[in-house]
Design a protein. Structure first.
Length: 346
């Protein structure tokens, strides 16, 4: 029988405690994510065989194969992996900081705030797609500042953070609706498609700025993994272990908001991936702590599968990926709420 317990791994002078089961789960999730991405490139209304895919990737495909693989499907799949990775890690950060399974950026309003910033840039300023991306990041950060300031009274409380975020998110949803109603019909149609969450417009130019930012922030989040594990304890216990929880939470929230805002900037607000990925990762690893890497890989896998379903299940038309994640995520949210209610009444 394979022992999947805790191991102490030495990295030079440092000793890091690693769960063998968590390592195995992360490896399997990475394999599944790559397999799902490969299948999304190969399969569709027009299928590409694996030999032709390899030929096309090495520059020997026909003009149509290069368009289908290199210009259409592959950028979309790579963007889905990056956005899913960002949402999964962001969700894990916020659920850890708030100590609440509902504390993900889409539930507590940060993605909605990012969407508001993007809509203001798109419909009011007229900044185009590039302006919407910048506006989304600024909107997400501004929302985080307001929520954090309101929730910080007498110390940061996780439940208060969630409730204030939900309330502000509801207000911003109304602002978003007002912006679309007052916009020109063609601009409103474009903004409405982006607001659902859509990967159809993915391109290598977008990946060029998205990939380094997401990967750098993911590395920063992973560096917070051990402090976040300690921060899951009560504040007094964490302080007794030398952890400055207020500074850690501020840093973690900043990283989490930037990740979720970048995801919105790249694909629009995609619901429920940030909520469900950390919950799936926690159940697979059965480990304490934020499970950041497992959550990110789970988010990447979920979004690639959801986008492939959005692209192929509704042929001859495609639907935005946010529609699929919303349908599946709504069921997951209902299950999670029921589970938490039963736990509270047990």
């Amino acid at each position: 029988m394979v022992d999947l317990g805790i191991r102490a791994v030495r990295l030079g002078p440092l000793a890091v405690r690693v769960s063998a089961r968590s390592v195995l789960v992360c490896a399997l999730l990475a394999v599944v994510a790559v397999a799902a991405a490969t299948a999304a490139v190969l399969l569709g209304e027009i299928q590409v065989g694996l030999p032709r895919l390899l030929v096309t990737l090495t520059g020997g495909g026909s003009a149509f194969e290069e368009y289908l693989v290199l210009d259409s499907r592959l950028p979309r799949v790579v963007t889905a992996l990056l956005v899913g990775l960002a949402l999964g890690i962001s969700g894990a950060v916020f659920q850890t900081v708030s100590r609440n399974p509902l504390g993900s950026p889409d539930v507590i309003g940060f993605e909605t705030g990012a969407a508001t910033g993007g809509l203001v840039a798109l419909l009011v300023v007229g900044g185009g797609v590039a302006g919407a991306s910048v506006g989304a990041v600024l909107g997400g950060m501004a929302t985080a500042v307001v929520v954090y300031a309101l929730a910080l009274r007498n110390g940061l409380d996780g439940l208060r953070l969630v409730l204030i975020g939900v309330g502000l998110g509801a207000l911003l949803l109304s602002v978003n609706a007002l912006l679309i109603v007052r916009a020109d019909v063609y601009d409103a149609q474009e903004a409405g498609g982006w607001l659902v969450g859509n990967l159809a417009g993915a391109s290598w130019d977008g990946i060029g700025w998205l990939a380094p930012l997401v990967l750098a922030l993911c590395a920063g989040a992973l560096a917070l993994s051990r402090p976040l594990t300690i921060a899951e304890l009560a504040d007094d216990s964490a302080a007794g272990l030398g952890q400055r929880t207020d500074r850690l939470r501020l840093t973690a929230i900043t990283v989490g908001v930037l990740l979720s805002s970048l995801a919105v900037a790249a694909a629009g607000p995609i619901a429920f991936v940030a909520l469900s990925a950390p919950q799936i990762a926690r159940r697979l690893t059965a480990a304490s702590g934020p499970n950041l890497l497992a959550s990110g890989l789970a988010g990447a896998t979920l979004l690639v599968l959801a986008d492939h379903a959005a692209r192929e299940l509704f042929q001859p038309r495609q639907v935005p990926v946010g529609v699929v994640t919303g349908l599946v995520g709504g069921v997951f949210l209902a299950w999670l709420l029921t589970r938490e209610w039963r736990k509270g009444h047990a």
